[in-house]
Design a protein. Structure first.
Length: 140
C-alpha cells in the first residue's frame, strides 16, 4: 500500500471536440456547476503549462461519476474523443454502470460502435430542454 487516498468519484466529465464544441461545453458546465454538480471539462480546467493529456485521463479514470459525451459528427470523428469513449467503456464495466456514458446530441450523428446502444439526450432543438432532461436523469 502506498498510502495514497483514492480520489472521490463525483465529477461529471464532459467529453467533446475542441474547439468546435467549446461554446456549448462552457454553457453546460456553467449551468451544471450552478446546480451544485462538480464538472470536469478541459475548457474549464486546463491552464497553460500543465500536462493536459495526463490531467484529462486522470480526471476521467479517477474522478468521473458520468461521462457526458457531446455528439456531433466532427467531434465523434476526433481521435481524442474516441480514446475517451474507449476508456469510459472500460470504466462502465468496472463500475457496473451501463449508463456511465451519456450521449448529448447537438447534431445528427452516426454513433460509434461503443455507444450505439446508448439513448441520447437531445440538445439539438433547445439547449434548455436538453439540460432539463439531463438534470432529470442525473437526479435519478
Amino acid at each position: 500500500m502506498d498510502g495514497t487516498v483514492p480520489a472521490v468519484r463525483n465529477a461529471l466529465f464532459i467529453s467533446h471536440a475542441t474547439p468546435e464544441d467549446n461554446e456549448f461545453v462552457r454553457w453546460l458546465g456553467a449551468k451544471l456547476t450552478a446546480m451544485g454538480y462538480e464538472v470536469w471539462a478541459d475548457v474549464m480546467r486546463l491552464h497553460g503549462g500543465i500536462d493536459w493529456a495526463r490531467e484529462l485521463e486522470q480526471a476521467l479514470r479517477q474522478r468521473a461519476v458520468k461521462m457526458l459525451l457531446v455528439c456531433t459528427p466532427s467531434g465523434l470523428d476526433k481521435q481524442g474523443v474516441r480514446n475517451e469513449i474507449e476508456i469510459a467503456t472500460g470504466l462502465a464495466r468496472q463500475l457496473g454502470d451501463a449508463s456511465f456514458i451519456v450521449p448529448l446530441r447537438l447534431e445528427p450523428y452516426d454513433a460509434p460502435f461503443r455507444i450505439a446502444h446508448a439513448q441520447y439526450i437531445d440538445f439539438r432543438k433547445s439547449w434548455a430542454s436538453g439540460l432539463a432532461e439531463l438534470t432529470e436523469l442525473l437526479r435519478d
